[in-house]
Ligand binder design. Structure first.
Ligand code: PLP
Length: 376
């Protein structure tokens, strides 16, 4: 009897050139956190983002957020405003720096940082003599945040914005690629992201000088001397030349990967819109989402769980939307400015399998399962 294979939420999808680049790293013995693939991968990303920024590839998206905070001088006792509806990796680097996160809820058009709440929070913190040192906004599930509004508020109060574009490589906003929309951008190449180096990330900055500073911190902050001399704290965060080789191969297929994920979204929308219980987040005008993950909203926690548990029985992976940071045990004592949006979405929303390597059979199996549940 044929046994069904597990369908994952988002699994790695290699193209045809990755092995060649990795073999080249072996053949030339560039098995180190520097080398031609590191430079080549950085150039590929820089070009893809429109050549207006400098790129440093690092060991992860989390490391990239950490280095962004380091570049901005965020330190012990500082406050950093962070989108609450996100993965914990957006917020953890604030703790690495000994700083304090203050969480901001989302608005319902994009599920991302609410500009009104952001301004309320900034004014409150300034009044209490705690002007925030930085803002971390997130393009969740690939949907761009309202960058014009967020940037305008940030500028008004002179606070830099870190753009967490971990899930949004290939998304764009008013024809500009996500990753270059605010002061410092970060990208992730973790195994579940739109393209992957198995693990990896990138920091996107405005000047070559800032890039070199980030590379300096990320390679143990070695001062210019024949011996090991250090005048600042160092980190070991540079990307390996072997993994950058995978990244170069993946950059050859990024457009196909975005296209495939958009197709998944269109498939689900076409077949599930007939059920009034299922709704999708649409792109506002001039927003382009890479649809990293297709998410659905259901009317209730109960129905969401019913769908999720039926998927589980058929070995189909699905997952509730991100649990907001301000209700996570780790951050339970953190200050937060909320409006109920993210807590509500966490109750009723579900992430559907969305990999660019899903077959038509996989999609039909998922559809059959959920259709059956909805008719139960
Ligand atoms: C994946 C992710 C990160 C962290 O990236 P890693 O490369 O896994 O360290 C940060 N923020 C968001 C929103 C993510 O989804």
């Amino acid at each position: 009897m044929l046994t069904k294979t597990k369908i994952y939420l988002s699994s790695p999808h290699m193209g045809t050139s990755e092995r060649k680049f990795v073999a080249d790293a072996f053949d030339t013995n560039w098995i180190a956190p520097l080398g031609p693939h590191v430079d080549g991968f950085e150039n590929d990303i820089k070009k893809y983002l429109g050549n207006s920024k400098e790129v440093a590839v690092l060991s992860s998206g989390t490391a990239s957020i950490h280095m962004a905070l380091q570049l901005l001088g965020v330190t012990v006792g500082d406050e950093v405003l962070c989108q609450s509806f996100t993965f914990s990796a957006s917020a953890n680097p604030i703790l690495y720096q000994g700083a304090t996160p203050v969480f901001i809820d989302s608005e319902s058009d994009t599920w991302n940082m609410c500009p009104e709440l952001l301004e309320i929070a900034i004014r409150d913190r300034i009044k209490k003599h705690k002007k925030p040192k930085a803002i971390i906004a997130v393009h969740l599930y690939g949907m761009p945040y309202k960058a014009n509004e967020i940037n305008a508020i940030a500028k008004k109060y002179d606070i830099p914005v870190i753009e967490d574009s971990a899930e949004a490589l290939g998304s764009s906003y008013f024809d500009k690629k996500c990753g270059i929309l605010s002061d410092i951008g970060i990208i992730s190449f973790n195994g579940n992201k739109i393209i992957t180096t198995s693990g990896g990330g990138a920091l996107v900055v405005n000047t070559e000088e800032l890039k070199q500073k980030a590379v300096f911190y990320s390679t143990q902050s070695r001062d210019n001397a024949p011996h090991y001399e250090h005048s600042s704290i160092g980190f070991n965060y540079r990307m390996s030349n072997v993994l950058a080789g995978i990244g170069r191969g993946q950059m050859e297929v990024i457009d196909d990967r975005v296209h495939a994920r958009k197709q998944n979204f269109e498939f689900y929308k076409k077949h599930l819109s007939q059920f009034e219980e299922i709704t999708f987040l649409e792109e506002p005008d001039n927003f382009f989402s890479n649809r990293w993950i297709t998410c659905i909203e259901t009317p209730s926690y109960e129905l969401r769980e019913k769908i999720r548990l039926e998927f589980l029985k058929d070995d189909i992976e699905s997952r509730p939307l991100w649990k907001p940071m301000h209700v996570q045990p780790l951050f339970k004592d953190s200050l937060h400015f909320t409006n109920g949006t993210s807590e509500d979405l966490f109750q009723r929303g579900l992430c559907l399998p969305s990999g660019s390597n899903l077959s038509q059979d996989d999609l039909l199996r998922i559809l059959t399962n959920i259709t059956k549940t909805l008719k139960l």
